[in-house]
Design a protein around this ligand. Structure first.
Ligand SMILES: [Zn+2]
Length: 62
């Protein structure tokens, strides 16, 4: 298991681009503009994996 963070430079140029990994199948896509089926509830954002249909939520903290 490698924990290295993947850096993609061919995006909009924002260094704060975050990549989200599906905890179930390791599917990887950007938090914003990715392939996730996203639904936000205000306190948390739910991501639905298009690959294994697993859904999980990330709390909106800043
Ligand atoms: Zn998945």
């Amino acid at each position: 298991m490698q924990m290295a963070r993947k850096e993609t430079t061919d995006t909009i140029g924002t260094p704060s681009k975050m990549v989200l990994f599906c905890p179930d199948c390791d599917f990887e896509s950007g938090m914003i503009g990715g392939d996730w089926d996203v639904s936000s509830t205000g306190y948390a954002t739910s991501y639905h994996c298009p690959q294994c249909q697993h859904s999980f939520s990330v709390s909106n903290r800043r």
